[in-house]
Design a protein around this ligand. Structure first.
Ligand code: FES
Length: 274
């Protein structure tokens, strides 16, 4: 069309809602990121489901002279936990199936409702939309205003659940420096793996948008809240790396389970450092 002597080409970025994904003007490889998301999340779901239902080799105790527990099974609070994996303070004796099914509800509720993961799996699995300026695969968009997606708004409360689990996994990491049997202290590769897992989980949780808002939100004048300002300033650079921390902590938590599993199954001995 021509307007005021200039030729204008009408452009419809992203095409029509519900159109084929190919309807985009983008020439770059926009499909790479959603594809990676689908591959990684599917791999995690398949592995963790297998680990949960195989329901063994999640704890290395006095027999191997190590105190290592898989993060998928901690805190092991059900009567079905293997001997030594649970304490005596709080035990749910009527739960007879795999304990991980109960335990993982906490951390998963936090991850599934995470703002970053929501963007990632809405794009990867729902194709809604697959990427910026690419046609949405669905004809209708209702956002997160109705059940079940309205539950995503509970994320800020699941933050407290995640903080509780991080504290428990940190205690597990500290306990991994204890040598069951003689009560001594030592360090093994397993101690370091559990410690790195706890550090990554803290970094991911503290980089959460809800955590940053908790510290710096609703503050009109930072000078009147110096401590909150300081915490907010500390969390902000972490928040900028939230995506990277989300993937690093997700992959490492699965690797930590795998490490404990291989040691518990006797595939190799946890190497002793001192
Ligand atoms: S926004 Fe990702 S964990 Fe809160």
């Amino acid at each position: 069309m021509s307007v005021g002597g200039a030729t204008i080409t009408p452009v419809r970025l992203g095409g029509a809602r519900g159109g084929p994904a190919a309807r985009t003007l983008r020439k770059d490889r926009w499909w790479v990121q959603p594809t990676i998301t689908v591959v990684l999340l599917t791999a995690f779901v398949v592995y963790s489901t297998w680990a949960v239902f195989v329901n063994k080799d999640y704890y290395v105790g006095a027999v191997a002279h190590r105190d290592l527990i898989s993060p998928f099974f901690s805190p092991c609070v059900t009567g079905s936990c293997v001997a030594g994996a649970h304490g005596t303070f709080f035990v749910i004796y009527w739960w007879h199936i795999t304990p991980a099914l109960l335990i993982l509800l906490g951390p998963l509720s936090f991850r599934v409702t995470c703002y970053y993961y929501r963007r990632a799996y809405y794009r990867g699995f729902w194709q809604s939309p697959p990427a910026c300026a690419v046609a949405d695969a669905h004809t209708r968009y209702t956002g997160e205003t109705r059940f079940p997606l309205i539950l995503q708004n509970l994320h800020r409360y699941f933050l407290y659940v995640a903080l509780m689990f991080n504290t428990i996994l940190t205690i597990d990491a500290v306990m991994a420096f204890r040598l069951p049997g003689d009560g001594g202290i030592g360090m093994s590769l397993g101690s370091l793996v559990l410690s790195a897992n706890a550090i990554l989980l803290w970094a991911y949780t503290l980089s959460c948008h809800a955590a940053r808002h908790l510290c710096g939100g609703h503050v009109n004048t930072f000078s009147k809240h110096p401590i909150r300002y300081r915490i907010w300033k500390t969390l902000t650079p972490l928040n900028a790396r939230h995506m990277q921390l989300a993937w690093a902590s997700l992959i490492f938590v699965a690797l930590t389970d795998l490490y404990v599993r291989l040691v518990a199954a006797g595939v190799f001995t946890d190497p002793k450092i001192f």
